[in-house]
Design a protein around this ligand. Structure first.
Ligand code: C2E
Ligand code: CA
Ligand code: CA
Length: 722
């Protein structure tokens, strides 16, 4: 335990005992003996006495003494004889002996010192001098004893501890690494020296700076103890997660003389998933890295990586609660394990995502067979707390033969294949192939290009007319983003908006669209003298949750001079519903700005009708999937009619989007729908063409599409984004 070492350090520092020392006076002269013992008792010592050598030897054997005062000249066994016997058992450090010499010559004193006496006092005794010498000897003895004890304890700690110990002498810059410290990293005793580099050079590059700063913080007294989690390189080339704890030892002037502490292997905790006890992503990537290495020197070695995602797990979690959700994950993990061989690795990557490393396969079909087995196992109902829960899994597989360098690339391929499996209807397995890779590479390229598109001014805003059904006049436009890609031409937002949402670029891009659109609309107000024209701008979730959103919108309005009620923000239904409480507050603030708010794609999400009346909205936009199907399917017409009715009850206007035929338009008119938007009137067009539409008083009568408008003007064919 690391604490053992800290404890040891503390004890070493506070080791000087304060108990009274026990002294033995060996003196044949009773008078001297009595006076001497009295004086020493007064000085605070506990005193034993002996009259002659024989008695002295016995007392020494039977008592734990701190010091012996030994008269040299005694009848019978002399002081020197006693000294010889004592030194056979006790070193000068363990039991100090001070010789008391009467008339004896310096010869005898030299002899005594040679025999191992620690000091001498001459007779007649000068007590202050004698006391000073006694004190010095006792202090030395106790210091040595403390040191020895602590060393023993230390040695015991070193032997018994599961942790490695280290001790850094900052004066010489030498290290002591315990055998355990070395073996934790896979080394033999002699394979690691005593230099700081033995530790510091093994630290994972990502943590070097961190450890440096943790050490110096403690050396500079900024932290009460040193504690650091970092990876150290093992002899096998892999890394182990270690916890190193230590304490600086300061001398009297406060300067650090050494720092010592322990090393604990915490790889287990770091690499296990707390819920399932399975390996986590860290360990999985480590193992995957090793498997990848193996392919380099073991011919014909092939393995497969699975990326698994439970289908509809969110639904279980949301409807049955997190507890059941957790149980499902645990039970699923168990079943996954049961489908594999012992050498294979299954890990939980997080949430409902698992990964499998299938070792040693011969053919791709080995992998698909295992995938099938897994799918069967998981499709059996789970009994969780008496509740039957059904689950299926989507699996993506990547094979090792692709010759990648980094484990992340393989896992990414498996992930891509898994997404494909989901897209193809879930509960199935897909093998990563070159087509997927091309698509993934293209997507990556798109993302890279997207990052530069704003500064390279590659975005355009197109405008799609919104028409008043009763008058046939344009009431406004929806601003729709286009990307003029230098190589690929005009790219539809369907292709890049979701990427921009994922990486956050949608925030600056959306802000740019807002500014362009408001600016354009303000110009049209002035050119056409028609202030009732409104501009609709799409807002994504990421933008909506930006702090300071209301302020930014206000700024754009001030900058462009557009009246707030000419701006219509289109928010998606799911966004508003999923963040109901915060949305209501935000919508209220937008209202106060006098900006209009609409719900886009209405009918596709999970709107709770009970909820809807709580949202201060001005416009409901019926999703084009309903409008498109109106003529075809009676039910859809009914849905559209109901939505229109509902919107009117809420005091909102309705825009039907995706109107393509006259029949649809007429039906909408009969339902009392106010506005329509769609290819029947115009595709989204650039600002100049939109202006062309505005120049005509009534660009299209109820009878048909204006001949000047062709779908070509939208820049790409409408069918490409159906
Ligand atoms: P949306 O907001 O639902 O926009 C309407 C989409 O329907 C547009 O696609 C439009 O071209 C298309 N559309 C209009 N009339 C018809 C029709 O009669 N038939 C058919 N089949 N389609 C019609 P577009 O321009 O490709 O935009 C796609 C989506 O991209 C938009 O859907 C919107 O969600 C998003 N988007 C576009 N511009 C922006 C933007 O500036 N910001 C954000 N956040 N999203 C945007
Ligand atoms: Ca829209
Ligand atoms: Ca829409």
């Amino acid at each position: 335990m690391p604490l053992l070492v800290l404890d040891w350090l503390r004890r070493t520092r506070g080791a000087m005992k304060t108990q009274p020392a026990t002294l033995l006076i060996v003196e044949d002269d009773p008078k001297v003996r009595e006076v001497f013992s009295m004086r020493l008792k007064v000085a605070g010592y506990s005193i034993l006495t002996a009259e002659n050598g024989d008695e002295a030897v016995k007392v020494i054997e039977q008592n734990h003494l701190d010091l012996v005062l030994l008269d040299i000249e005694m009848p019978g066994m002399s002081g020197l004889d006693v000294l010889k016997i004592v030194r056979q058992q006790y070193s000068a450090a363990l039991l100090p002996v001070i010789m008391v010499s009467g008339s004896s010559t310096s010869d005898a004193i030299v002899k005594a010192l040679n025999l191992g006496a620690n000091d001498f006092v001459p007779k007649p005794i000068d007590f202050p001098v004698a006391l000073a010498r006694i004190r010095t000897q006792i202090f030395r003895r106790r210091a040595e004893e403390a040191m020895r004890e602590s060393e023993e304890r230390y040695a015991l700690a070193v032997l018994g501890a599961n942790d490695g110990l280290w001790d850094w002498n900052l004066k010489t810059n030498d290290f002591y690494f315990s055998p355990r410290w070395k073996s934790m990293l896979g080394f033999e005793e002699h394979e690691i020296g005593n230099k700081p580099e033995e530790w510091f050079d093994r630290i994972h590059p990502d943590e070097v700076e961190q450890v440096k700063s943790e050490v110096s913080s403690h050396l500079n007294s900024l932290t009460s103890h040193f504690e650091s989690e970092h990876r150290l390189m093992h002899k096998d080339g892999g890394y182990r997660w270690m916890l190193s704890r230590g304490l600086a030892v300061r001398d009297r002037s406060g300067k650090v003389s050494r720092m010592a502490g322990s090393l604990t292997d915490i790889t287990e905790n770091k690499v296990a998933d707390a819920l399932t006890g399975m390996p986590n992503r860290v360990l999985f990537m480590d193992q995957l890295g090793r498997a990848l290495e193996r392919t380099k020197y073991v011919s014909n070695y092939q393995f497969a990586v699975f990326f698994l995602d439970l289908d509809r797990f969110k639904l279980v979690n949301d409807s049955l609660g997190h507890l059941i959700g957790d149980q499902l994950l645990i039970a699923a993990a168990r079943r996954l394990k049961s489908c594999l061989h012992s050498g294979d690795i299954v890990a939980r990557l997080g949430g409902d995502e698992f990964a499998i490393l299938l070792q040693e396969i011969k053919h791709a079909s080995d992998a698909t067979n295992v995938a099938e087995r897994i799918q069967n196992a998981l499709s059996q109902p789970f009994n969780l707390n008496g509740q039957e829960v059904f689950s299926t899994v989507s699996i993506g597989i990547a094979l090792s033969e692709t010759g990648y360098e980094h484990p992340e690339d393989l896992l990414r391929d498996a992930d891509t294949a898994m997404y494909r499996a989901k897209a193809l209807g879930k509960a199935r397995c897909e093998m990563f192939d070159t087509e997927m890779r091309d698509r993934a590479v293209a997507r990556l390229q798109l993302e890279t290009d997207l990052r530069r598109a704003l500064e390279r001014r590659e975005f355009r805003v197109y405008y799609q007319a919104i028409t008043s059904i009763s008058t046939g006049r344009i009431s406004g436009f929806e601003a729709l983003l286009r990307w003029q890609h230098p190589l690929r031409g005009l790219i539809s937002p369907e292709e890049f908006i979701s990427i921009a949402e994922e990486n956050g670029l949608i925030v600056p891009i959306g802000q740019w669209v807002l500014l362009q659109a408001c600016n354009q609309m303000k110009q049209w107000h002035e050119v056409f003298g028609n202030r009732s024209l409104a501009i609709s701008v799409n807002f994504s979730n990421k933008q909506f949750i930006q702090p300071g959103l209301v302020g930014q919108i206000r700024e754009v309005l001030e900058e462009t001079g557009l009246e707030p009620d000419s701006l219509n923000l289109e928010l998606t239904e799911s966004l508003v519903m999923e963040n109901a409480e915060s949305s209501i507050a935000l919508l209220q603030q937008l209202r106060e700005l006098d900006v209009r708010v609409g719900i886009d794609d209405f009918g596709t999400g999970y709107s709770s009708l009970n909820y809807l009346h709580r949202f201060p909205i001005d416009v409901l936009k019926i999703d084009r999937s309903f409008v498109n199907q109106m003529g075809v399917d009676e039910e859809n017409s009914e849905i559209v009619r109901t939505i229109i009715h509902l919107a009117h009850n809420l005091g909102a206007d309705v825009i039907a989007e995706g109107v393509e035929t006259q029949e649809q338009l007429e039906q909408l008119k009969s339902f009392g729908c106010e506005y329509a938007q769609g290819f029947y009137f115009s595709t989204p067009v650039d600002a100049q063409s939109a202006e062309g539409l505005l120049q005509q008083a009534v660009p299209w009568g109820p009878q048909g599409i204006h001949p000047a408008l062709s779908t070509q003007e939208s820049g790409f064919h409408p069918s490409s984004h159906c």
